[in-house]
Design a protein. Structure first.
Length: 143
């Protein structure tokens, strides 16, 4: 167990084995490679992706299949390949949420750039589905 200080949550204790590693970082944050996934609150559709490297860096995420049950069904073969890993292990898929300050009703979800996490290795990547027709500013309306 390790303790880290965060801007949003104060000091938290984390199990390093439950960490998520982005070898290439996230888009726009190539040097921030280690994160922990935290529950927003019990029963919430939202999670936090908290950087273990930067106490002030945290992202809101959600399961994109809650927005669109057919999400990722009509991808090209090339885009499907982006979602696979070399061992064909199970992957978890999340999308980042953007909430403009004080405007929850204007929240959007990035369906074009999902976060893919290999469940066994805990390695992760953000991929861009440029030809999928998905938007990086899909309105946040959970079904």
């Amino acid at each position: 167990m390790q303790k880290i200080n965060t801007t949003r949550f104060g000091e938290i204790e984390i199990d390093e084995e439950k960490g998520v590693h982005f070898p290439d970082g996230l888009l726009g944050f190539p040097d921030r490679k280690n994160y922990i996934i935290m529950e927003h609150k019990p029963g919430s559709p939202f999670l936090w992706l908290q950087s273990m490297d930067s106490p002030d860096l945290a992202f809101v995420m959600t399961n994109p299949f809650l927005l669109d049950s057919g999400y990722l069904k009509n991808l090209s073969k090339d885009e499907e390949a982006l979602l696979k890993n070399e061992h064909d292990d199970e992957v978890l898929v999340f999308s980042l949420v953007t909430i403009p300050k004080g405007m929850i009703e204007a929240a959007t979800v990035n369906l074009m750039g999902p976060i893919i996490i290999e469940s066994k290795s805990r390695n992760a990547k953000q991929v861009i589905l440029a030809n999928s027709g998905y938007s990086h500013r899909h309105p946040l309306i959970l079904k």
